[in-house]
Structure formats: structure tokens, C-alpha cells
Ligand binder design. Structure first.
Ligand SMILES: [Zn+2]
Length: 410
């Protein structure tokens, strides 16, 4: 047989396996007949594809559909035990590692504070030590890892698994895929934190059926993961979505961003901006409970502490969060006008204060975006909250499994 013909057949088979597996993932439970109807493939092809997916333990039968008038149909769903995944989120001031099943359910996790002024090697070693602990736990429990996903701030070369530049860490050209695969012997996938979180929303979260949406990661920086026509938009070189560095007030008097420029949007709405707003208020007002909380907890001023003060009704904390929400809303209004998304999903560390920031975000969007477009854009918090990019790190591994089902062992 012509070798090219064989290669074509293998390609078609893999494409169809992936098509069926993705449908089962996004719309389960589904029967074989439903899969045939949705894909347009004939029933015997669908049965053969499903048999292979069951053999590879990616899919399992979950009972039968007895609601209709005909013969009950066996229903199919993703097998949560298809394999475990290690997700690593490299925050700027923390590192987080989770082990999940194939559906993103957390089986083990650890989060540690990190010091962004530490040298690169120290923070990477801190992360590797947590990963090794996760591996040891997995070994005891007999986990079969599909791979390790790493979500990092900054721009990423996906093919090389290389961090190109992370302004908030001042890191350049870090070969994450090599470092983590040398230490774990696992397949390693590296992705920008906001892009990873957007993929998680599409696979596991609030954007499963949504074709056009923007995920906004808000923490030390503000990053965007943009889905257009059902696909992550990467731009010319793969660096699209650095929304936090949009210059909105590039005057000499404005704060210098970690990228080196002045007046970047994120300097008005990120977690440091909230801390700065609170500090400025405390310098002129003494009625706040924040100094007392800091003394009691022997803590410096942090976002969780500001949230705690806001929960106790502290006006300086609440007003600072509202101001940052307004700044967030201004940037989002511009993005809504440009992209007309169905949803804007907010996640990352700032989402712990989401209940205070969401109303001013929505009010500012109402004021600054074109009414027809704004009325169609739903603004909501990620169900994964501050873990959005951690689940994103898991999602990039699961996404690879959905794209290349025949990598899974029979
Ligand atoms: Zn910047």
C-alpha cells in the first residue's frame, strides 16, 4: 500500500477519535447514536471509534438512557481515571501545585508563598520540591500521569516549552519544559497563565459551549486569554493577550510598570494597585481596622487581609477595591468594544475580592462600552476563582489528550 495513503488513514482515524472524544467531554453523557447524529459519521464508524476510546480507558459507559420510546441506549462519558495530571501554577508571589483526575477534580494540592525578589533558581527549586512531593504521593496511590502542565505569567514559546519574558518576574528565556521533564520524566506542557485559564474555562468551566469569550487573569499582573470562533487566539507570534500592558495613561507622572513602561492598564487595577490605594488612604485616615488586623496577624498589607477588612465593613478597604474595580472596568470596556465577546470571565488571585470589584466593574463597563455591545457581554467570576490558572495548567494536558487520543496506552 502507498505509505502516504496509510499515513492519511491514520490521520483521519486520529482526527475522528479526537472529534468523538471532545464531544463526549463537552456534552456527556452521550449515546453512540447521538454521536453519529452530531458528527455525521456512520454508526459503525462511531462504534469502532468508541470501542477504541474505551479500550484506551479514555471513555467509559455510565448507564443507559431510558427516557425515550425506543431501546435504551448506553451512555458514554469521559473516564475520570483515564490518567492523573500534575498542574503547576507559577504565580509571582506564590507557587501552587495540584494533582487532579482527568476531569480536573483536585486529588492533592499544595500552595506556598514565594518571594519574587528571590533568584530564579531558588523559586524553581521550591516549585520542583513540591512537584516531587506530588510525584511521591502519586507513586503511593498508583497514579498514572498523563503529563505535567505549567502555567506561567509572560510570553511563552509553546513548541520549545520556553518562557520568553515575564515582566513581573524579570525572567527571560527559561527552558521550563526541559527543567521539569528532566526532573519528572513526564511529558511537560507550558502555557501562559491567562491562556491556560481560558482553556480550563472552555474544557471544565463556564465557557464549555461558548465560542467567543475573554478570560481575564488578575493578580500581580493582568493577562488575557481570548477565545475567538471556539479557538484560543494566539496572534502572529503566539504572544496575544498581554492586555495588562495596554498603555492607558503613558505620562511621565504615572507609575512605572514591571515591563518598564509607564501608564500600563495593570498598574491601575492589579493587586499592587489595591495595596497602594489602601496605603494612601491610611496615610490620611485613622479610622480603618486594617492597622489592627496587620498587628494581630503580624502581617504586611496583603490582598487577603484587605478582603478580610472589607468583610468587616471597613470603608477604606471597600473603597479601594471599588476604585480598582472601576479601573478594571475601563480596560474591559475597551476590549468589549473591540471583540464583542459573549462572556468576560475574571479569575486569579484578585477574584477573592470579586464580590466587591464585580459591581463597579459592571457599572463602569455600562458607562464606557457601546450599549448594544455591552448588553450582550456577560461579566462573571471564574468558578475556579484564585485557582483559575492552576486548573489551567491541568487543562493544557487534558487538551492534548483530547487532541491526540492514540497517545493513551491500550
Ligand atoms: Zn506594562
Amino acid at each position: 500500500m502507498n505509505p502516504n495513503h496509510t499515513a492519511d488513514q491514520a490521520y483521519v482515524r486520529e482526527t475522528n477519535l479526537s472529534l468523538v472524544l471532545r464531544l463526549i467531554h463537552s456534552q456527556s453523557p452521550l449515546s453512540r447514536a447521538q454521536l453519529a447524529a452530531i458528527t455525521g459519521l456512520n454508526k459503525s464508524t462511531v462504534s469502532s471509534l468508541v470501542d477504541e476510546l474505551i479500550e484506551r480507558k479514555l471513555v467509559h459507559e455510565t448507564g443507559s438512557n431510558t427516557g425515550g420510546t425506543g431501546r435504551p441506549a448506553t451512555l458514554l462519558a469521559i473516564n475520570p481515571q483515564a490518567g492523573e495530571v500534575i498542574g503547576v501554577e507559577l504565580g509571582v508571589d506564590f507557587v501552587s501545585v495540584a494533582v487532579t483526575d482527568t476531569l480536573g477534580n483536585i486529588l492533592w494540592r499544595r500552595r506556598e508563598d514565594a518571594n519574587p525578589s528571590d533568584d530564579q533558581g531558588k523559586m524553581i527549586n521550591q516549585t520542583l520540591n513540591i512537584v516531587k512531593e506530588a510525584m511521591a504521593t502519586g507513586k503511593r496511590k498508583g497514579y498514572n500521569y498523563l503529563g505535567l502542565g505549567l502555567a506561567t505569567p509572560g510570553t511563552v514559546d509553546l513548541k520549545k516549552g520556553l518562557l520568553i519574558f515575564a515582566p513581573n518576574l524579570h525572567w527571560r528565556n527559561v527552558p521550563f519544559a526541559k527543567i521539569f521533564s528532566d526532573n519528572t520524566k513526564l511529558r511537560v506542557f507550558v502555557e501562559n497563565d491567562a491562556n491556560a485559564a481560558a482553556i480550563a474555562e472552555h474544557l471544565f468551566g463556564t465557557a464549555r459551549q461558548c465560542q467567543d469569550f475573554l478570560f481575564v487573569f488578575a493578580g500581580v499582573g493582568i493577562g488575557g486569554g481570548l477565545f475567538l470562533n471556539g479557538k484560543l487566539y494566539r496572534g502572529n507570534n503566539g504572544y496575544a493577550g498581554e492586555i495588562g500592558h495596554s498603555p492607558i495613561m503613558a505620562e511621565p507622572s504615572q507609575n512605572v510598570c514591571h515591563c518598564g513602561n509607564r501608564g500600563c492598564w495593570e498598574t491601575y487595577a492589579n493587586q499592587y494597585s489595591i495595596i497602594q490605594r489602601v496605603q494612601a488612604r491610611l496615610e490620611v485616615k485613622r479610622t480603618s481596622i486594617i492597622p489592627k488586623l496587620m498587628a494581630e496577624q503580624n502581617s504586611h498589607l496583603t490582598l487577603p487581609l484587605i478582603k478580610q477588612a472589607a468583610d468587616a465593613g471597613d470603608k477604606e478597604a471597600i473603597d479601594s477595591l471599588i476604585e480598582a474595580g472601576q479601573a478594571m472596568g475601563q480596560g474591559l470596556a475597551g476590549l468589549i468594544n473591540i471583540f464583542n465577546p459573549e462572556k468576560i470571565i475574571l479569575g486569579g488571585p484578585l477574584s477573592i475580592a470579586g464580590e466587591y470589584m464585580l459591581p463597579p466593574i459592571k457599572a463602569t463597563i455600562d458607562r464606557h462600552s457601546l450599549p448594544e455591545i455591552d448588553q450582550q457581554a456577560e461579566v462573571l467570576l471564574s468558578p475556579f476563582g484564585p485557582d483559575a490558572s492552576l486548573i489551567g495548567a491541568v487543562a493544557i494536558v487534558v487538551d492534548d489528550m483530547l487532541s491526540f487520543p492514540s497517545n493513551a496506552k491500550k
